[in-house]
Write a protein that binds this ligand. Structure first.
Ligand code: GLY
Ligand code: MN
Ligand code: MN
Length: 430
């Protein structure tokens, strides 16, 4: 692994928290991710299933995790199946977990080779009253491609038609949306690496630089610090490109006077960070750019302060919308009288701020979580208001990752330059 081994206590605790949420005498079967084919003999970069990782830390393909907390066969309450290496794999792919290493990583004593799984798992399944299987129930997910979990579910229904299958996904949302201390430390580490990327951007940006050169500088900083890479495709958008929300061609030259909107974040130990900053190519904001930037920052400051226990995403988004409305009036983009007459179902601010303010972040950048859950300490959300003005050729987004606590919200990106003054100072210091 590129990252330092994670304390197995995280996985041990996560398995305990899972056990407390299962129906009596249930078995949970989790599959690792497939290698996704690309073309010819190529594959896309492999990434472990976050749910399997969450309970085991096992970051290797073809692994299966079986959890059966009430199993009458006590030493089969936690079983990990991993693939056995051989001379061929050693030469062509390199090291795979030994059983002892898999135990050390996960805290699971019973680690067996994958080829022994069919017989053993069959017996365990027949001892259980319920079988929890995993599916991707992310609100934004839709894909015709079957995952290893989908295929297992299909096969399972054929092989065990009379068994009671339960959905694991709602429990995964319950668990993963509250971050444990070890996870928060890993996320803070990811944010610190992302800061190094942004510091470098402030050093190298000047008129004439290309968006892809900025991307390359960020990638360099990430990889030099043992990040796996980017947590998502980075957006480096100069001028009007910023008004294409998912722009990621990163293929335009940056001109004097433009603003560059950047949305990037590293992934460290499978944990994501997600930052947006908007900076002037020439190192100084124009008066108009500064006014709109500060309007966006005012919204972000107000929104961060709302990330506290007790509210929920829907109520929070409505409140943030009101602050945005008022800031857009202040910078002359909306008219107060027209706002007072607007259809509340279609608020006028959406013309300039058309996306949500916050999403959960964790093992996935748009992490799993219940949409209508009340905010609780331990949740980590992004906070990312934006103002997009195509007519004026620029767009602004400011995004930080925020931990909800029982007291004030904790900004995991608090030391990443953000005010007009801090950005200008850094860009103009040799
Ligand atoms: N970088 C993706 C997002 O901000 O949601
Ligand atoms: Mn982002
Ligand atoms: Mn985001």
């Amino acid at each position: 692994m590129k990252y330092d081994r994670i304390d197995q206590q995280l996985f041990i605790e996560n398995r305990k928290r899972l056990a407390a949420k299962l129906a009596p005498n249930s078995i949970v079967i989790l599959q690792s991710n497939d290698f996704m084919p690309r073309s010819a003999d190529g594959f896309h970069e492999w990434r472990q299933s976050p749910d399997l990782l969450y309970f085991s830390g096992i970051d290797q393909e073809e692994s299966v995790l079986v959890l059966f907390p009430d199993c009458v066969k006590e030493d089969f309450r936690e079983v990990l199946f991993v693939k056995k290496t051989n001379e061929y794999i050693k030469v062509w792919e390199g090291h795979k977990y030994t059983q002892a290493e898999a135990t050390e990583t996960s805290g699971i004593k019973k680690v067996l080779w994958l080829d022994s799984m069919p017989t053993i798992l069959n017996e365990l399944i027949n001892l259980a009253d319920h079988v929890y299987l995993n599916t991707n129930e992310h609100d934004r997910y839709s894909s015709p491609v079957m995952t290893r979990e989908d295929r297992y579910l299909t096969d399972f229904k054929r092989d065990y038609p009379a068994h009671s299958i339960k959905r694991l996904a709602p429990i995964m949302k319950d668990l993963r949306m509250i971050k444990q201390d070890i996870e928060i430390a890993l996320m803070q580490h990811a944010c610190n690496i992302t800061k190094a990327g942004f510091d470098r951007v402030l050093d190298v940006t000047k008129p004439g630089i290309w968006e892809y050169e900025i991307e390359a500088a960020i990638t360099h900083e990430f990889l030099c610090r043992r990040a796996t890479g980017h947590a998502y495709h980075p957006i480096i958008a100069t001028g009007d490109n910023a008004n294409i929300l998912h722009y990621n061609e990163n293929n335009t030259q940056c001109k004097a006077g433009e603003l560059i909107l950047m949305d990037f974040g590293c992934e460290y130990a499978n944990y994501a960070s997600d930052l947006s900053r908007t900076i002037p190519v020439s190192g100084r904001f124009t008066d108009r750019q500064r006014d709109v930037y500060n309007a966006c920052l005012n919204v972000q400051n107000a929104a961060i302060d709302m990330l506290r226990p007790g509210t929920n995403l829907d109520a929070y988004h409505k409140e943030v919308g009101k602050v945005m409305e008022s800031e857009l009036i202040n910078v002359g983009l909306l008219d107060r009288t027209e706002v007072s007459k607007q259809d509340p179902a279609r608020p006028l601010y959406k013309k300039y701020f058309m996306h949500g303010t916050s999403h959960h972040i964790g093992l996935d950048v748009h992490d799993v979580g219940h949409r209508y859950a009340t905010f609780e300490a331990g949740m980590v959300f992004t906070c990312e208001p934006g103002i997009y003005i195509s007519e004026e050729g620029f767009g602004i987004r400011i995004e930080d990752d925020i931990l909800i606590t029982d007291g004030a919200p904790r900004n995991l990106m608090a030391d990443i330059p953000k005010t007009v003054e801090a950005i200008e100072e850094k860009m103009n210091t040799a």
